[in-house]
Design a protein around this ligand. Sequence first.
Ligand code: B12
Ligand code: SF4
Length: 499
Amino acid sequence: MLKRGKVVLFYPPYDGPPLGSPLSLLSLAGTLREANFEVVLIDAAIEPRYLERIVEECESAVCIGISVLTGPMIGGAIEAATLVKSHAPEVCVVFGGWHPTLCPESTLREPYVDVVVRGQGEITIVELASALASKQPLDLIAGISWKKQGRLIQNFERRVQPVDTFAPPAFDMTDFDAYERVSGKRELAYATSVGCPYACNYCTDMVVYKRRFNAYTAEHVVAELTGLVTRYRITHVALLDSNFPVDLKRAIAIARGIRDSAVKFSWTFQASTDFICRMNQEEVQLLADSGVSYMGFGTESTSPLVLKLMNKRHQRVDEMYETARKASLAGIRINFNLILGYPGETEADRLLTFRTMSDIGRQFNNVRFSPNIFTPYPGIPIWPQLRELGVVEPQTLEDWMSMPLGANLLPWLKGRELARLERMLAYFLLLNQTRRSRKTSFAQKLTSFLVQTPVRWRLDSSFFSFPWEIWLTQLSEQIVKRRSLVTGQALPAEPANVC
Ligand code: B12
Ligand code: SF4
């Protein structure tokens, strides 16, 4: 059948090893193909010639859709959009994904962006491509912001749609061999749900998905996942859900379905600890038996005051211990994310977090930590308070691109205060690392033996001057920081910034 037009979808380059094919664009490709559009997907992670390919493919395209997250990925999106504007100005440039959704106006203000798609894109991109292909007006397409004779127009919002009403993501468009060549893994990025019922005020999930958990049935997930794993010889599945076990019965049914199938693979997910605590030990064991090898948790702090400031009332310290215990018994690795420097946090709160987390790490060998200094991403509900506290909000798309991810931008965390926090952090990481790393050389074993007691004392007494233990450790090994909750991967080793 004659196609209605071609849509090019582009995923710009990002830091770190590729996490499989971008599910955002596979989801758009699924509904576009169902509506009889030809789709070309270009992921910079596996396509070194991505700029040339974009120029070639855009020659005959209706539009190019670019997926954008806050940070350096914006740079690749700008490069591609500018190139399209110079080579094929008639092709409509569409930005979508988390950053444009949270900052539609500043994104659309740029001359190389024609349309911003806000929120879920599956239906919006089909309506948009159809209107562009048949030269119809864009006024009635819900969920877009666009330019009409130079004016910025914000069309009405599109309601969040149940995920099981969409055509399935176009997994068949993924070149799994190419991802394996660059990452060394045969991995599938997959989502069983979107949305989280909680409202942590540093997170934008509720801004986009309105606190509604919206999921596929367990039967659908088991059938699709086991089918994909078999067809593409996948060895690992990374679930991208914001909070996978929200519907406990469904989560357990998924684990049971995978365990009882003849298909074997490892899988990982992110969750809040309260849901794991609501499972009994047999159910957590079922997760492990079905292949769960890792779970990531945004625990963030153990200070009740800070958890309250974060609007994280569902997150209790006893449940962090309980989660670690249950996962440990089942043999599942876990990672606790920590946020430091939150507005209102005192040094006493920080020390409490480091001490409690160190205690959890001492009791349970399966736990790792990812401490981060609080980064104010766009659209987070706590922005009004941050502005009052003097945090300067980036105003343009390029300002958000240059925002150094992981670096400190907080006016209340400067000079000596920041240096002290960084030193505490280095001691915390050192304590947890020396406790469990498999020492290879005699020097490493000796260093580890020599530093453990004084480092524990430092965290207990909050005395951080003259950090000889850190200097000594740096002679024999590096302090490892961990990446996102999705994989718990270690970041490339870098020296701790403590001196
Ligand atoms: C997977 C993931 C990644 C992967 C993505 C690569 C890959 N191959 O999948 C990688 C590792 C790159 C990543 C990195 C980061 N991530 Co991330 N990531 C996610 C995660 C877990 C899943 C995203 C996903 O694929 N969802 C499933 C798909 C179907 O949904 P979707 O992406 O939202 O796409 C839909 C819509 O957004 C829209 N859409 C998306 N793109 C486009 C494009 C067009 C043209 C259109 C029309 C529509 C559209 O339609 C899609 C279908 O409905 C989300 C959390 C979550 N649960 O969503 C965080 C999340 C998106 N990441 C986040 C953050 C903070 C980061 C980092 C900044 C972390 C860090 N400190 O390093 C970096 C930024 C990287 C950079 N700038 O270079 C934040 C959002 C930040 C932001 N404002 O952009 C999120 C929401 C986590 C959170 N709750 O805070 N991430
Ligand atoms: S529990 Fe996690 S996903 Fe849910 S609102 Fe809080 S930080 Fe966001």
